[in-house]
Design a protein around this ligand. Structure first.
Ligand SMILES: Cc1cc2nc3c(=O)[nH]c(=O)nc-3n(C[C@H](O)[C@H](O)[C@H](O)COP(=O)(O)OP(=O)(O)OC[C@H]3O[C@@H](n4cnc5c(N)ncnc54)[C@H](O)[C@@H]3O)c2cc1C
Length: 417
């Protein structure tokens, strides 16, 4: 008889895990409270980021810290009360960003990122989603000479160390390649290998449809009803209680709701982000991100999606329009945006861990339970890569990537229920 599994959460990470388990012949039920791919995996920048071999560290540069503390830039913002509430976790994040520890995280991150295009390609092909994906990279644009010089030096270092390809464009070359730009920029790094997706939630939906076409089941239900059931696990859905020998928690920024319920105190936090679409009628040859200023401009099916940098706030804290307003203003300096499509910005939360690496592996205190979350800034990129890894581990196969950097037990007592 086929082995059975429950996958909790229908974002990019959960859907890809379910897909890979189904490919191994498992009887898989994916349990989602809403519709797959409508939360964080919907609202992101839609980039499959082959270049993102280094996770975002906590800044250690005094000038940058002062700029963030004084809320001078638009790339990072925070709610003081919320930052205080998660300060022990942020302190661990800061600690893990010191160069020697950070390099350990970089090694673990790069080992995943290097597979992202190949693993997405398999799923794009299987799900017939090629029309949603453009394979022409994105441009990191700069407004200051200092930023451009630092950025290009870093890009060259990434090419030397990891073989990530990029092309440096000076101000004139950028203006020629992107004639829609109104403002003169200092230059750009053109990351040519990443993909961009015109409807990120739609891509997750296609992967989910490929999963069900292959015999998988998606049911509406609440992961908070997860409990043990004889030798396995069960959860309540609108179609009744369903069970599986194994269960995977893949609830993105809501994972902690269920892990806490089970007694774990994992060092997780979120970095929130916003987007809004504009009825822009122009043409961009690739998406563009001005990371220095904190704004991304992404041609998508619903219009030009403008996204923000990171907001340090609790997941369920009220929406603040400040950072989105700042990003809109910056984008208007560069493009004729047109009117907003939505009445209010979309808000989502990147699920982060204090060492910048996702958790992928067996729950230390529960048999047959698996953790698969914490993909932070690159869960849309990494879902197929870590979905395969998680399925291989659950199935007892030799994993294609060394799983040790992501094992939940690395957090010691916090990972014990
Ligand atoms: C502004 C912004 C830009 C970003 N840009 C990029 C990018 O360009 N590239 C990239 O790779 N990443 C990007 N990210 C990060 C990326 O979006 C996330 O890492 C990724 O979407 C996380 O996927 P997930 O499946 O873990 O979580 P989610 O997509 O949030 O999925 C979790 C699912 O769990 C479900 N759920 C929650 N609670 C319950 C419950 N009780 N019962 C049942 N179901 C439940 C939710 O409904 C949801 O569908 C960005 C994020 C933001 C915010």
């Amino acid at each position: 008889m086929a082995q059975s599994a429950l996958v909790l959460g229908g974002g990019m990470v959960g859907v890809c895990t379910a897909w890979h388990l189904r490919e191994r012949g498992y009887d898989v039920t994916l349990v989602e409270r809403g519709v797959p791919g409508r939360e964080t995996s919907y609202g992101n920048a839609g980039l499959i980021q082959r270049e993102a071999v280094e996770p975002y560290p906590f800044p250690h540069d005094v000038l940058k810290l002062a700029q963030v503390a004084l809320q001078r830039g638009n790339d990072v913002s925070y709610r003081l009360r919320d930052v205080l509430a998660v300060s022990p976790r942020l302190a661990q994040y800061w600690w893990n960003s010191f160069p020697s520890r950070y390099q350990i995280s970089v090694a673990g991150y790069e080992a995943l990122i290097r597979h992202c295009l190949i693993e997405h390609d398999r799923m794009i092909l299987a799900s017939g989603a090629g029309n949603l994906v453009a394979r022409h990279g994105w441009k990191q644009i700069f407004r200051t000479v200092k930023g451009f010089d630092e950025g290009t030096a870093k890009a060259l270092a990434l090419t030397r160390r990891f073989g990530v390809e990029s092309r440096i464009l000076d101000s004139m070359e950028l203006a020629r390649e992107e004639p829609a730009l109104k403002r003169t920029m200092t230059g750009a790094i053109y990351w040519e290998s990443p993909y961009s997706v015109s409807d990120p939630g739609g891509l997750v939906g296609r992967y989910a449809a490929s999963f069900t076409a292959g015999g998988g089941r998606i049911l509406k239900g609440d992961a908070r009803s997860l409990r043990t059931d004889g030798a396995g696990w069960c959860v309540d859905t609108v179609d009744g209680t369903v069970s599986g020998e194994q269960a995977v928690i893949a609830l993105g920024p809501w994972s902690e709701v269920v892990t806490r319920m089970l007694g774990y105190r994992l060092p997780l936090f979120v970095k929130r982000g916003y987007h809004r679409h504009f009825g822009w009628k122009g043409t961009l040859n690739t998406p563009m991100i001005d990371a220095e200023a904190g704004v991304a401009m992404l041609p998508m099916a619903l219009g030009l999606r403008v996204t923000t940098g990171a907001e340090f706030a609790l997941r369920d804290a009220p929406l603040s329009t400040k950072q989105m307003d700042g990003s809109e203003c910056l984008a208007r300096e560069m493009l004729n945006l047109g009117d907003p499509v939505e009445a209010t910005p979309w808000l989502g939360s990147r699920p982060c861990t204090v060492d910048m690496l996702p958790l992928i592996g067996q729950a230390p205190s529960h048999r047959g339970l698996w953790f698969h979350f914490g993909h932070a800034h690159q869960g849309f990129t990494l879902g197929p890569t870590t979905g395969r890894l998680c399925a291989e581990l659950m199935n007892g196969e030799a994993p294609y990537i060394d799983p040790s950097p992501y094992r939940p037990s690395r957090f010691g007592r916090a990972a014990q229920a």
